[in-house]
Ligand binder design. Structure first.
Ligand code: A3P
Length: 315
């Protein structure tokens, strides 16, 4: 939990401030007692594992494949960040900025009739909280949890680029050589990938209200994963709706969809690195040196031993 609020020495002063503004211990305590409804869905992940992808998929599914309707609303309005500290003044300022943009016609318009059309059958949130900090009702099965994970080498590379563009992480100029040991040791925002993933994995083995997904499976067969999600949330999509959902959630469609690719979200400086950056399996090979790869493989075998969980690292 400390990694939500404390960042390593290598980071600059701003990094101690921003995460604290986004997520405060008070906010986490406040959400601890939320009573969820059985139809509610929480998408959980370690950052850069495909959270936005699964959020768009689930959002499209619970809107019964009405992809036109969901294009009328930004993703974070359809799938809010559970632990985001909505009380802070800057969030209100941001809301004000959004409505001003809308009024001036700079923001894609949300027509009232479009908004009315988009009635989801379930409420959806996303979170990066470690398992232990989830609201009690979510832990006890009061709602459904979909956890998405990704092989940690690609995850590390994606996270590296994210550090360059996330204003709340200080838009790092850290090099890959500097970033790698921070990631491997878990001395980083959200802590160790291994701890995060393994705790949800273990939990998902014994709790039917948790679905554990892998990015690589989604890349391989998105249609199968859509069925997987639909079965899990007990929702029927007809063939046409399913086709629309899948088309709407391909990398290229999402890259060009401002409502899904977080364009205009001030927290991210997409001039430095795009949120929808590459969207592939195996990009790690362009970053890891042979030595880094060997060290990481050893760490991976040690940490994952006995977990019965493994990832594909090649496309
Ligand atoms: P890359 O940086 O490797 O491109 P998150 O949403 O958890 O922050 O994860 C972001 C990562 O998911 C980015 O990875 C992004 O490109 C990738 N992603 C988002 N939508 C995707 C899609 N439809 N298909 C494949 N990858 C996607």
């Amino acid at each position: 939990a400390k990694y939500l609020f404390r960042l390593p020495q290598a980071y600059n002063f701003a990094d101690y401030i921003w995460p604290g503004l986004l997520m405060s211990p008070q906010r986490i305590l406040a959400i601890r007692d939320i009573e969820f409804q059985p139809s509610d869905i929480i998408i959980a992940s370690y950052p850069k594992s495909g959270t936005t992808w699964v959020s768009e998929l689930v959002s499209a599914i619970v809107h019964n494949g009405d992809t036109e309707a969901i294009k009328a609303k930004r993703q974070h309005e359809r799938v809010p960040w559970l632990e985001l500290n909505t009380d802070y003044a800057w969030v209100k300022l941001y809301d004000f900025w959004q409505s001003a943009q809308k009024a001036l016609g700079y923001s894609p318009t949300v027509k009232e009739e479009d908004e009315k059309k988009s009635k989801p059958v379930a409420r959806v949130w996303f979170t990066h909280l470690p398992l232990e900090l989830l609201p009690k009702s979510a832990l006890e099965g009061g709602c459904r949890i979909i956890y998405v994970s990704r092989n940690p080498k690609d995850n590390a590379v994606s996270f590296f680029h994210f550090h360059q563009m996330a204003r709340f992480l200080g838009q790092q100029t850290t090099t890959w050589e500097e970033f790698f040991p921070l990631y491997a040791s878990g001395d980083i925002y959200c802590g160790s990938w291994f701890e995060h993933v393994l705790s949800y994995w273990t939990f998902s083995r014994v709790n039917k209200h948790v679905l554990f997904l892998k990015y690589e499976d989604m890349k391989k067969d998105l249609s199968r994963e859509v069925s997987n999600i639909c079965d899990f949330i007990d929702f029927d999509l007809d063939n046409e709706a399913r086709k629309r959902v899948i088309h709407h959630c391909t990398f290229d469609t999402m890259k060009n969809n401002r409502m899904a690719n977080r364009e205009g979200v001030w927290l991210f400086n997409q001039a430095r690195s795009k949120f929808m950056r590459k969207g592939v399996v195996g990009d790690w090979k362009n970053y890891f040196t042979v030595g880094q790869s060997e060290i990481f493989d050893q760490l991976y075998s040690y940490k994952m031993k006995g977990s019965n969980l493994d990832y594909e690292f090649d496309p």
